[in-house]
Design a protein around this ligand. Structure first.
Ligand code: TRP
Length: 322
């Protein structure tokens, strides 16, 4: 069976953009691929220096996948740092490329454009990410557009290694970029993002979820006036959760002036809450029992490690170490 692999950086609360944009699509792939999904905690170290926060966010990512139904018996859910071979492979790969390739990395560019000198981990980021991908013989790597360049670097490195050390040393992965048409917009109508402060957190308790949804920015209209459907921040989110019939219904009421923004937000809250409530109960139960999460991650790491070791035998033999 072909392998799908992706990593998720633990970086605080999971929001609806993460959920709809990357987690739901990843969960769908488990039907047709063997999934290798991991918590990219080594990558997170490039920006998180708080050990308790890193540990907590890592568990949150794991609990999210489990609560939403990743079958961890069939597939592999693990912590990147539990399979230490990834560091060894990263070193070997680093020796195959020029620094110019890393200088062009977009995270490095972003730091420099912002007047900061990137830390060495940020420069090395694409090499570690290549190791993540190549260590597990991944066939497809589903990512957002912002990560496409990194997967292309992984492809490039794999091709160089195969060219120099022999075809079949590494599996050359395909990148699968999620379409941006489905970009989830936040409270203020910009792309939902932690850094914009416009996010709706997936696992907030109902009261808090409702409070956040009530903050969605809308125009002001008198009660009974028709509401604009195009570009409406409530509807933009509503349509991501609604059936076509539900959407047509609320749009009809917008046009007829038969609903106000407050009520529309309440309906949005009920829709989202209704869809996540069951999974949220599982999520809360898991977060209250970290040992259970850790046990699942350890079992995942055992499976991942078996695959990693086979790759490293091949790579070590190919390059001439051990
Ligand atoms: N860099 C990715 C992100 O920030 C996370 C990641 C780490 C990843 N290693 C990976 C994604 C390997 C895909 C494959 O989103």
């Amino acid at each position: 069976m072909q392998r799908a692999l992706t990593g998720v950086q633990p970086s605080g609360h999971i929001h609806l953009g993460n959920y709809l944009g990357s987690i739901v699509p990843a969960l769908e792939l488990q039907r047709s691929y063997r999934a290798f999904y991991f918590i990219a905690d080594y990558h997170a170290l490039t920006s998180i220096r708080d050990p308790a926060a890193l540990r907590e966010s890592s568990r949150q990512v794991a609990a999210t996948f489990i609560a939403l139904g990743l079958d961890t018996d069939t597939h592999c859910l693990f912590r990147q740092s539990d399979v230490i071979e990834v560091c060894e492979l990263a070193w070997i790969l680093a020796c195959q490329i020029n620094t110019g390739m890393l200088d062009r990395g977009h995270a490095v560019k972003a730091a420099r454009d912002g007047g900061r000198e990137p830390n060495a981990g940020t420069l090395f980021y694409p090499v570690l990410m290549s190791a993540d991908i190549l260590l597990y013989d991944a066939n497809v790597v589903p990512v957002g557009r912002d990560q496409q360049q990194h997967v292309e670097i992984a492809r490039d490195i794999a091709q160089r290694v195969n060219h120099h050390y022999g075809e079949g040393t590494l599996v050359v992965p395909e990148v699968s970029v999620r379409d941006e048409v489905g970009t989830v917009l936040g409270l203020d109508g910009r792309k939902m993002s932690k850094s914009y402060g416009n996010a709706i957190h997936l696992w907030d308790p109902p009261k808090k979820l409702r409070k956040t949804i009530m903050k969605i920015v809308t125009s002001s209209k008198e009660m009974g006036e028709p509401l604009e459907v195009e570009g409406d921040n409530v509807l933009n989110l509503y349509k991501l959760f609604a059936t076509p019939a539900q959407l047509a219904d609320i749009e009809g009421r917008y046009r007829a002036g038969a609903v106000g923004y407050g009520h529309a937000k309440q309906e949005l809250f009920e829709l989202v809450d209704g869809q996540v409530a069951e999974a949220r109960a599982r999520y809360d139960a898991l977060m209250a029992n970290p040992a259970e999460i850790d046990g699942i991650l350890e079992a995942g790491a055992d499976k991942a490690r078996a695959s990693a070791r086979a790759t490293m035998e091949r790579v070590r033999a190919a390059v001439g170490i051990r």
